[in-house]
Write a protein that binds this ligand. Structure first.
Ligand code: PRX
Length: 654
């Protein structure tokens, strides 16, 4: 890793925006000066570009850290800001969503139409007894109703919890239970990789026989018909969207809610087996989502076609599919399927067809396109693209250069954006019209954002050195807590640098000689696979939940395409081996993890071993397993209880 980092830090290519880009860019150098002069006044000004039913008089209340309150005496309606106000301003005919299904079906939905649909859906939810503060789980494919569902929940002051459609029934169930959801909004299925991927059956399974589990909180399931696959039906509980929503009234008043009204819970992996429900609220979140989308993605709503390829099941889909672009009144592409179905040029075909001007995607996607070769994108007209973005993991300079040359026609600036589910919106990124970009570095904090790189004791490391990334001042879209677990919130993010009052992000970072930030990956037991966060412990608990497994250790090993890959080492129970043939067991365990958590968590490799490397106190030394998984010489083993273990494991893995 360190030679790789040294290599990265010698990167000296710089790319300034073209004078034309700079002249038309929304984000200017003055923003930094304004924010430096008065940070709170700066954020207040950004917040005022939203519509407030009741204007706020206080910007930030930080009297009880780490529990921040932004714009606390103001009142707004998030959905009104994303919909009605654009219609009222005369932009109802502007296209909000240019949707395309994986099989090629299309829908163009204007702001007026989306507003209408959301009002009807809000009436349906209220009719089902959903009110202020209630939780609604959303488990949907990438179809317009998914965005409408989120906004309908927001409109009535309820709280959504979107669960990625690739998660299993078990994952769905634990998230529904943790939040105590009253309603689930789903679809019969979605199209993925040319097939129907069923969703309603997973909801049925999650809500099925609960055994000794907690009491069921879900009263109704609202189902969009997308794929027409056979689904079972509970007449008392299940409602078709197409029966209820079109029949509901399109009159619905957007009532004001306090700025700190919870907007959503989004579960993400931490260092323990249990995912954390990250809680975001309304005014501060929407302010920063809209502002960053405007200045980092340089959205000109009258002329741009934005495409963020993230699923709404992740924070990127919340902030840069639903809330940011719609708050800005932008036109965006929404695509249901996978990048390579029905052909490997599918994305580029969409860019050409919809004349996409701004593309925001993940390095893992760029690397898989790189692998397929430039001939595929070169078949399409990508000349509409004027700005490219990257998110989710460090982008290696080769991928950055390929993105620039092959997709960006050597002219489009690239913004590498660092942030997290917890930060709610982009924190570190170039401003495309201002910053000279550097391949591989996320570079600088945005105006109004204060970060640093510090050592373990919280001391600044200074330029040229590495350490831990911290956020030193509260920011509007910061998480307000972990659902139902305030202690874990304090412990996870604030205890480490309690003295300084810094937020600990969990990322390693380095400052180069210019003071630009280079992200170096997680410093905890969180893996990053294709830009998705996975916890080693969560996958280990899934593995030991299998009848064959006695013990398991999981590591994230570097992988050319996915950044990191899940590699697991398992010890099989003697009793199991006595009665079963171990042939095919590794494959069975891979699919087991898929069923327990979801396909994204399926290990790339499952190695069956006789022992695991442990310290004398019994802690698994994952560092040594990572060496094996990455095919390296195994590091220092002196602290192991049994120093011979690693050579046995290495031999078994080969
Ligand atoms: O390790 C960092 C990495 O992704 C983590 C956050 O994951 P998640 O909450 O799922 O949100 C992903 C989308 C915002 C971070 O702790 N990460 C995200 N963006 C970058 C990154 N690492 C390096 N460079 C980035 N641009």
């Amino acid at each position: 890793m360190s030679s790789q980092i040294d290599h990265l830090l010698t990167e000296n290519r710089r790319f300034a925006p073209s004078p034309e880009f700079a002249a038309n860019a929304i984000g200017t150098a003055e923003l930094y000066a304004q924010a430096d002069a008065d940070r709170e006044a700066f954020w207040a000004e950004q917040a005022r570009s939203l519509h407030w039913h009741t204007p706020f008089t206080e910007v930030l209340d930080w009297s009880n850290p780490p529990f921040a309150q932004w714009f606390t005496d103001g009142e707004l309606n998030v959905a009104y800001n994303c919909l009605d106000r654009h219609v009222e301003a005369g932009n109802g005919d502007r296209v909000a969503l240019l949707w395309e299904g994986e099989p090629g079906d299309e829908r163009r939905i204007t702001y007026a139409e989306l507003t209408d649909e959301v009002k009807r859906a809000a009436n349906v939810l209220e009719g089902l007894g959903v009110g202020h503060g209630d939780r609604v789980a959303i488990y949907m494919p990438m179809i317009p109703e998914a965005v409408a569902a989120m906004l309908a929940v927001a409109r009535i002051g309820a709280i959504h919890s979107v669960i990625f459609g690739g998660f299993s029934a078990d994952s769905l169930r634990s998230r529904i239970d943790d939040a105590g959801a009253k309603v689930v909004i789903t679809a019969d299925g979605g199209y993925r990789k040319g097939r129907v991927s069923p969703l309603k059956p997973a909801v049925d399974q999650a809500l099925g026989d609960r055994g000794a589990g907690p009491q069921e909180t879900v009263e109704h399931v609202l189902v969009v018909k997308r794929t027409g696959n056979e689904v079972s039906w509970d007449d008392d509980r299940d409602i078709w969207w197409h029966d209820a929503v079109p029949a509901a009234s399109a009159d619905h008043e957007a009532r004001p809610f306090p700025a700190e009204n919870p907007l959503f819970i989004l579960y993400t992996s931490g260092t323990t087996g249990k995912p954390k429900g990250i809680l975001h609220t309304s005014g501060g979140y929407l302010t920063q989502a809209a502002f960053t989308n405007k200045v980092v993605h340089d959205i000109h709503p009258e002329s741009d076609v934005f495409w963020c390829t993230a699923d709404i099941g992740w924070i990127t889909g919340h902030s840069y599919v639903t809330y940011g672009p719609l708050a800005n009144g932008a036109t965006q592409v929404l695509y249901e399927g996978t990048p390579d179905t029905p052909h490997p040029g599918r994305w580029w075909e969409l860019v050409e067809k919809y004349r996409v001007t701004i593309l925001y995607t993940a390095p893992t996607a760029i690397r898989s396109f790189m692998k397929l070769g430039r001939a595929i994108p070169k078949k399409f007209d990508l000349s509409s693209l004027r700005l490219l973005g990257s998110v989710g993991e460090p982008i290696n300079p080769e991928a950055w250069m390929w993105y620039r040359k092959i997709i960006g026609n050597k002219t489009a600036p690239i913004v590498d954006t660092w942030w997290q589910t917890e930060t709610g919106a982009i924190m570190v990124s170039a401003l495309p019209g201002v910053t000279e970009t550097k391949p591989g570095s996320a570079q600088v904090p945005l105006p109004g954002i204060a970060i640093d790189v510090v050592d373990d004791d919280g001391n600044r490391v200074g330029n040229g050195n590495g350490g831990l990334l911290v956020i030193t001042k509260p920011w509007p879209s910061m998480l307000r807590g972990i659902w139902g677990d305030p202690e874990r919130f304090v412990e996870t993010y604030w205890e480490k640098f309690q003295k300084q009052g810094y937020y600990f992000a969990g990322d390693g970072a380095r400052l180069d000689e210019d003071g630009d930030v280079w992200f170096l990956g997680r410093v905890d037991d969180v893996m990053n696979v294709s830009g998705h966060r996975l916890s080693t412990t969560e996958i280990e608990s899934a593995l030991v939940g299998n009848e064959a497994v006695a013990e398991a250790a999981v590591v994230g090993a570097s992988d050319e395409t996915t950044g990191q890959a899940v590699v697991s080492f398992v010890i099989i129970k003697e009793s199991y081996l006595a009665a079963h043939d171990p042939e095919g067991l590794a494959a069975q365990l891979r699919s087991w993890v898929g069923e327990q958590i979801g396909a994204i968590a399926r290990p790339r490799d499952v190695y069956i071993v006789g022992e695991l490397p442990k310290t004398r106190s019994g802690k698994i030394m994952r560092r040594l397993l990572r060496d094996v998984a990455e095919g390296r010489e195994v590091g220092d083993t002196t602290t192991l209880a049994d120093t011979a273990v690693m050579s046995i494991i290495s031999a078994q893995v080969k």
